[in-house]
Each structure stands twice: as structure tokens, then as C-alpha cells.
Design a protein around this ligand. Structure first.
Ligand code: HEC
Ligand code: HEC
Length: 279
């Protein structure tokens, strides 16, 4: 697990550790990034907390952090779960410091100095939504929303609490991962942000076999595809006569099929799907 890899990092960052071992006590510092307003930094208050900022932060997270912390922040081989509160920081300023400077003696390095402070605050806003720290009120009715979920056969592609089919992401704790605004965009504009793990691919093998399915992984020389019947295919790319990658979502848009009220109720239902507080 990731603990093992941690130890490899010891030594490299030893001197650094002496300077900022107490990540949470430090306030965020100006890194001299060009064109960033830093006047607010000493107050330690996050100036970038809108839904837009969360979205930007989430994009940066996918690119720079997900290979260790997982695409949805629930942790991976190399980095811990970030969705159930933080050990290293209890405030926005503390999180800022962890992201900016890293955690000494670990694989957690500070983010690239090319990123301005604004980007770091936007990541912090996103991290706060992951841990459920920034809950907001939603207008819809979750009970009616559950019925909308059932009537539209969402379970044909999604799992909640072990029930349903997994041609799409598990939604059991979707409320921890997505803001109401993001959920609205998931439902009405599914093509907008499709994570690579849900991309589809169709290929034709030199022997004429055609396969279409989820692109599980793709390297320079080979590709693995999971077809609709759950069968896994593996191809050497040089043996393919045709291949096409579809970065669209297989999920239909519900902007037409659902009324505004139904959408609000559905969002209230999904937003309420969160991990129990003590777990
Ligand atoms: C090379 C792997 C790696 C990458 C890339 C990485 N992290 Fe980490 N991260 C770690 C490890 C390992 C830890 C645990 C350090 C420790 O022992 O506390 C950690 C810890 C953290 C923590 C503290 C968790 C807590 O409980 O307090 C936060 C927050 C965090 N990372 C955010 C990020 C963000 C944001 C990015 C991208 C900008 C990122 N990490 C990139 C490996 C990584
Ligand atoms: C034909 C399969 C299919 C159906 C039907 C479907 N979805 Fe999806 N859904 C997906 C796939 C695949 C993704 C991941 C790609 C993407 O982001 O669009 C997804 C993504 C999502 C997400 C974002 C999840 C995340 O982790 O970011 C939400 C929320 C969601 N769907 C809710 C619903 C709801 C609610 C319904 C019913 C009204 C529904 N879906 C119907 C396949 C489906």
C-alpha cells in the first residue's frame, strides 16, 4: 500500500521537514507567483470558493493529483483517501500549505511553482467538497427524487448501495464528491466532463473481429477493452486495422426528458447520498 512507498521518500526531504513539520500552524505564504493577488493570504481565508472555482480545482486535481489520490479522491496505491477529513490540516489555510508545500518526508510534494496561489485555493475549495465540509441547501425533495431515479432506470447503469449495474460510476456517496451545480451538469450535459476511465473505444482486428466497449487501459502498443457483455479484450495495436476513441459519455442527457422540478428533486436525492458521518 502507499505506506511502503512513503518510506522511500524519507531522506530526500529531511532538511525540509525541520522547517515545516507542523503544516497546519503555518499560514499560507506568497510564493511570488506572477499576477496573483496575495493581499488576502495572511488572513488565511479562501477567496476562491464559488462553484466555478470548485470546478477548476477539480480539473487541476484530476490532472495533477489523481494518479496518487484516485480520480474521485478516495485514495490509491500511492496516496491516502481525501474524502473523510484531513489529518494534516483543519483549516483552509492549513490545506493551502499542504498543497503548496507538500508533506515533508513523504511522496506528497508541493504543487508546481508554475501554479499560482489562485489555483491552489481552487484546489482547496475542491478538497473541501470532497470531505463534505462545504454542504449547501438544495431546493428539491429527495424522496420524490428517489422516485425519479427509479422511473428513469438510472440503476441500469449505476449502483447505489450495491444495487444496480456498473456501466457507470457508483453513486453510493456521490453527494460527497459532487456539488449540486456539478450534479446538474452531470445530468443535463453528460458529455462535458467524461473522465478517461469512461471513454469508449471501437476497434477492428486484422482478422475482422470488431469490438466496442469501455477503454480500460491504453498504452503505446496495446489496449484493453471491456465490452457490454462484460468480456475483456486485449489487443496489440499493430494488429488493429481500425480504432476509434469516443470521449463522449454513454449517459443520455436528461435536459429534455425531465422537468425542472424533477431535476431539482433528483439532484436533492443524489446530493443526499453521502457517507455516514462517523465512517
Ligand atoms: C506522488 C503521489 C502524490 C501526488 C501526485 C499528490 N499527493 Fe497528496 N499525498 C500523497 C501522500 C503519500 C500523502 C500522505 C502524506 C502523509 O504521510 O501525511 C499525501 C497527503 C495529502 C494531503 C493531506 C491529507 C491529510 O489527511 O491531511 C492532501 C490534502 C493532499 N495530499 C492533496 C494533494 C493534492 C491537492 C495534490 C495535487 C496537487 C496531491 N496531493 C498530489 C501523495 C501524493
Ligand atoms: C446508459 C448508461 C447510463 C444511464 C442510463 C445513466 N447514466 Fe449516469 N453516467 C453514465 C456514465 C458512463 C457516466 C460517466 C461518464 C460521464 O461523466 O458522463 C455517468 C455519470 C453520471 C454522474 C456523474 C458521476 C461522477 O462520479 O462524476 C451522475 C451523477 C449520474 N451519471 C447520474 C445518473 C442518473 C441520476 C441517471 C438517471 C436519471 C443516470 N445517470 C443514467 C452512464 C449512465
Amino acid at each position: 500500500m502507499f505506506r511502503k512507498t512513503l518510506q522511500l521518500g524519507v531522506g530526500i526531504a529531511l532538511g525540509f521537514g525541520l522547517i515545516c513539520g507542523q503544516a497546519d500552524d503555518l499560514t499560507a505564504q506568497d510564493d511570488g507567483a506572477i499576477g496573483t493577488d496575495v493581499s488576502h493570504l495572511n488572513a488565511g481565508e479562501n477567496p476562491y470558493t464559488t462553484a466555478y472555482d470548485v470546478r477548476i480545482g477539480s480539473g487541476i486535481f484530476e490532472r495533477s493529483c489523481s494518479r496518487c489520490h484516485g480520480l474521485d479522491g478516495t485514495g490509491g496505491e500511492r496516496g491516502p483517501d481525501l474524502t473523510s477529513g484531513f489529518q494534516r490540516a483543519s483549516t483552509d489555510a492549513g490545506l493551502f500549505n499542504v498543497v503548496r508545500n507538500g508533506v515533508p518526508d513523504t511522496e506528497m510534494r508541493g504543487i508546481s511553482q508554475n501554479r499560482g496561489d489562485q489555483s491552489v485555493w481552487q484546489i482547496v475549495s475542491y478538497l473541501q467538497t470532497l470531505s463534505g465540509g462545504m454542504r449547501v441547501d438544495v431546493p428539491g425533495d429527495p424522496v420524490t427524487g428517489a422516485a425519479v431515479y427509479a422511473q428513469n432506470d438510472c440503476a441500469g447503469c449505476h449502483v447505489i448501495d450495491g444495487v444496480g449495474s456498473s456501466s457507470g460510476p457508483d453513486l453510493t456517496t456521490i453527494g460527497n464528491r459532487r456539488s449540486p451545480a456539478e450534479l446538474a451538469s452531470d445530468l443535463t450535459d453528460p458529455d462535458e466532463r467524461v473522465q478517461p476511465q469512461w471513454w469508449m473505444m471501437n476497434v477492428t482486428h486484422n482478422d475482422g473481429t470488431r469490438v466496442e466497449g469501455r477503454r480500460l487501459n491504453e498504452g503505446t502498443y496495446s489496449v484493453r477493452i471491456l465490452d457490454e457483455s462484460g468480456r475483456m479484450w486485449s489487443f496489440e495495436k499493430r494488429n488493429l486495422s481500425q480504432s476509434e476513441r469516443l470521449e463522449n459519455s454513454t449517459m443520455p442527457s436528461y435536459s429534455e426528458n425531465l422537468s425542472d422540478d424533477q431535476l431539482q428533486d433528483l439532484i436533492a436525492y443524489l446530493y443526499g447520498l453521502i457517507r455516514p458521518l462517523d465512517g
